[in-house]
Design a protein around this ligand. Structure first.
Ligand code: NAG
Ligand code: NAG
Ligand code: NAG
Ligand code: NAG
Length: 193
C-alpha cells in the first residue's frame, strides 16, 4: 500500500516538473511541455535553465530549431535562434532550496500556415555536439473569434421581477424535494424498527 502511494507520488511529481535534461547536463528544457498541444498562429513558450557555472560559455553554444520528423507535413526547419542567450545575469538568476540556476525564456509565434501534426523543438549544442528534442503537438490555426454583439434585453423575458420569481420557484422546489427525502428517510427508519 505504502509502495503504491509512493509510486503514485513519484509519478505525480514527475508529471508536475516536466523538465527535459540535456545529454551534456549543461542545461534543462522546462518549456515547451513534452507532448503538449500548441496552436498554429499562437505563441509557443520556450524556457531553459542553466547551471551556475562561470565556465558555461566554453561548455555550451545553443541553437533552437522548430522541426518535424513527419515528412507529410511538408515542413522546412525553422531556426528560432542560432545563438540562444546563456548569460548569467541577475535577472535570470533563480534559487531553489539553496540551489542557484539561471532561467531564460523565448517565445516563438507558430506560423498560421503550419499544418497540424507532431513537431519537435530541437536544442542543438554545438560544443558538446548533442541535441535535446521536445515533441509537441500543433493544432490547426483558428481565426480569432469575433464576438457578435447581441441584444441582451431581447433575450430576457420582459419585467425584471420574473427573474426573482424563477429563483423563488427553484428554491421552493428544492426545499420541498428535500422535505420529501427527509420524510422518506424517516419512514424507512421507522419501518426498520
Ligand atoms: C536539471 O535537472 C536535474 C534533474 O532535475 C537537476 O539535478 C539539475 O540541477 C537541473 N539543472 C538545471 C541547470 O536546472
Ligand atoms: C510544400 O510546400 C511548398 C512550399 O511551402 C509548396 O510549394 C508545395 O506545393 C508543398 N507541397 C505539398 C505537397 O503540399
Ligand atoms: C542535432 O541536430 C542537428 C540539426 O537537425 C543535426 O544536424 C545533428 O546531426 C544532430 N546531432 C545529433 C548528435 O543528433
Ligand atoms: C496570422 O493570424 C493572425 C490573427 O488572425 C493575423 O493577425 C496575422 O496577420 C496572421 N499572420 C500571417 C502571416 O498570416
Amino acid at each position: 500500500m505504502i509502495f503504491i502511494l509512493f509510486a503514485l507520488f513519484s509519478i505525480l511529481s514527475h508529471l508536475v516538473s516536466c523538465e527535459v535534461l540535456s545529454p551534456s547536463h549543461n542545461y534543462n528544457v522546462t518549456l515547451p511541455e513534452p507532448n503538449a498541444p500548441y496552436v498554429a498562429g499562437q505563441m509557443l513558450p520556450i524556457s531553459y535553465t542553466l547551471p551556475d557555472d562561470t565556465n558555461l560559455p566554453n561548455l555550451l553554444q545553443l541553437s533552437v530549431l522548430f522541426t518535424t520528423q513527419d515528412p507529410t507535413l511538408n515542413f522546412t526547419d525553422i531556426t528560432i535562434t542560432s545563438n540562444a542567450d546563456i548569460s548569467q545575469g541577475f535577472s535570470f538568476r533563480r534559487t531553489h532550496n539553496m540551489y542557484v540556476y539561471y532561467e531564460h525564456q523565448l517565445s516563438y509565434a507558430i506560423p498560421n500556415s503550419t499544418l497540424p501534426g507532431n513537431y519537435i523543438v530541437l536544442f542543438v549544442d554545438s560544443v558538446s555536439k548533442s541535441n535535446t528534442s521536445v515533441s509537441i503537438l500543433v493544432r490547426p490555426y483558428a481565426a480569432p473569434v469575433t464576438t457578435i454583439p447581441t441584444n441582451t434585453n431581447k433575450a430576457r423575458p420582459s419585467g425584471g421581477g420574473s427573474i426573482f420569481a424563477m429563483h423563488n420557484n427553484e428554491a421552493s422546489a428544492k426545499s420541498s424535494s428535500q422535505s420529501v427525502l427527509l420524510v422518506a428517510i424517516v419512514c424507512c427508519f421507522l419501518l426498520t424498527l
